[in-house]
Design a protein around this ligand. Sequence first.
Ligand code: SF4
Length: 187
Amino acid sequence: TKSVVPIESLDSLSVKSFPLCMRQLHEQLRAAHHLKHGGRLQYGLFLKGIGVTLEDSLRFWRDEFTKIMDLDKFEKQYAYNVRYNYGKEGSKRNYSPFSCMRIISNTVGQGDCHGCPFRHCDVSNLKNRLQGYGLDSQSIQSVVEMTKKGHFQIACSKYFDAVHNVDLGLGINHPNQYFEESQKLQG
Ligand code: SF4
């Protein structure tokens, strides 16, 4: 059975074990205390998939959102979606976290932070971000090269190798798979 991931560990996990698509959503949420619908859906389902409980998810989103809105508004407009992701509202389906294919083929608008950064960010932004994360220039180069060729998942795999200081060349097809592979290396 999968272990429960406490929300207190999400800041450090986002650095060590999240793929870039989820790290970017986490950082945006922390910075803006808000995410648009597409981001809440993509990130919320990912969190469910790594083992964050519904109760913790509600607390996590509430703690951030109530920095910019009152509790009543959060409960009325946003708590439903969190419960929905866990199959507790609406059609009560047990929604699966999105695969890379699903995320890459998403349409992402202005001001949106969801999607796959290798697909949806412009290259200079991507470069800056990777530099900011302290990746060495050779790794950045190989990520960017794959991005430019349209090999987004290979770029993601190169990012994985750079962050973990390994040379595995994994085939990445799901953000939650990325997370699990990373956790295996944390020992
Ligand atoms: Fe996320 Fe997949 Fe893109 Fe990697 S390739 S950043 S896991 S969507």
